[in-house]
Design a protein around this ligand. Structure first.
Ligand SMILES: Cc1cc2nc3c(=O)[nH]c(=O)nc-3n(C[C@H](O)[C@H](O)[C@H](O)COP(=O)(O)O)c2cc1C
Length: 317
């Protein structure tokens, strides 16, 4: 059930990816997702290469299943982290926040599957021409850095525009979301926000509980004025960020204001001054679960949703 071409491409049981998340997607989380049959992806963030190597080796000690590394293209260590992924023979690399043209070739030559994250049809077409093996297509409902098109209109437009497998991301948190993505033509899903609320995630308990308490309108976006919008839980920090953006403040001052705030939320549990990155799907999260339970529950719910749709189709026939 739910075996798609993506499962063969990445050697995984379920077409469910855990998005690379800076400071959050560590070896514990990624290994648990891979062990449960999905694809865990380590978040390299802007961490130095030695940290990434250590995380890769830790993941290997925890699981023998395939996993990935996410490299945000704004990291000052992009080339060195690419080198580490090649040396450590990481099976899959996803790239975030930009155009992966410069790192595509060395990764592909090393036999690594490259899966860029894109937020538009134009970039999807471009990375396919560069040789991407699959693409994560992320709608603006998602947590973290976002584009400006929502998942529901974006996925079928990209599916029609490319021939490589499309992985839907942004606003997916359960089995119904998985079935909806498959119905739009995606070959799988990537979830970020939902995977923060699992037992194996190292994020501070305050972060997890804030997501459990959140509702559909709990997030807001900041960073539009500098061309890097991001979505996070509404809190005193995001409100101040928004006020600063409305005023006469330079790009450098805005960047400085945001510096280190995700780490503050993840490590110290500061829900007032920290940046609690999260997507709109946070309103659906009701509990913190072990990864295995989350994935098996999601697959069971997807099966149920398909049975209901089949019954509906039968009634129409
Ligand atoms: C806290 C947080 C941090 C994230 N960090 C990254 C990152 O470093 N690189 C990246 O490509 N995507 C990042 N993302 C995006 C996720 O990998 C994933 O694509 C996204 O969360 C999917 O949407 P969802 O939050 O609605 O599930 C982040 C998302 C969150 C919530």
């Amino acid at each position: 059930m739910f075996h798609t071409p993506l499962c063969d491409l990445l050697s995984i049981r379920y077409p469910i990816l855990q998005g690379g998340m800076a400071w959050i997607a560590t070896a514990e989380l990624s290994a648990a997702v891979s062990a449960a049959g999905g694809l865990g992806i380590l978040g390299a963030g802007n961490a130095p290469p030695d940290y990434v190597r250590d995380q890769i080796q830790q993941t290997r000690r925890l699981t023998d299943r395939p996993f990935g590394v996410n490299i945000p293209l704004f990291s000052p260590y992009v080339d060195a982290v690419v080198e580490v992924c090649i040396e450590e023979e990481v099976p899959v690399v996803t790239t975030g926040a930009g155009n992966p043209a410069l790192i595509m070739r060395p990764l592909k030559e090393a036999g690594i599957k490259v899966v860029p994250v894109v937020a538009s049809v134009a970039l999807a077409r471009r990375v396919e021409r560069m040789g991407a093996d699959a693409i994560v297509v992320e709608g603006m409902e998602s947590g973290g850095h976002i584009g400006d098109v929502a998942t529901l209109p974006l996925i079928p437009q990209v599916v029609d525009a490319v021939d490589i497998p499309v992985i839907a991301a942004g606003g997916i948190g359960d089995g119904r979301g998985l079935v909806a993505a498959l119905a739009l033509g995606a070959a799988g899903v990537q979830m970020g926000t939902r995977f923060i609320c699992v037992a194996e995630c190292i994020a501070h308990d305050n972060y997890k509980q804030a997501l459990v308490r959140a509702h559909d309108r709990s997030t807001m976006t900041t960073g539009h004025s500098i061309g890097h919008p991001m979505r996070a839980l509404r809190n005193p920090m995001t409100r101040r960020f928004q006020e600063l953006e409305r005023g006469q403040i330079s790009e450098e001052e805005i960047i400085e204001f945001g510096m280190g705030r995700l780490r503050l939320a993840v490590e110290e549990g500061d829900m007032t001054e920290g940046s609690v990155l999260a997507g709109q799907i946070c309103g659906l999260i009701r509990e913190v679960l072990p990864v295995q339970d989350l994935i098996t529950g999601m697959v069971a719910q997807a099966q149920e949703a398909i049975e209901q749709l089949n019954a509906l189709a039968g009634q129409q026939a």
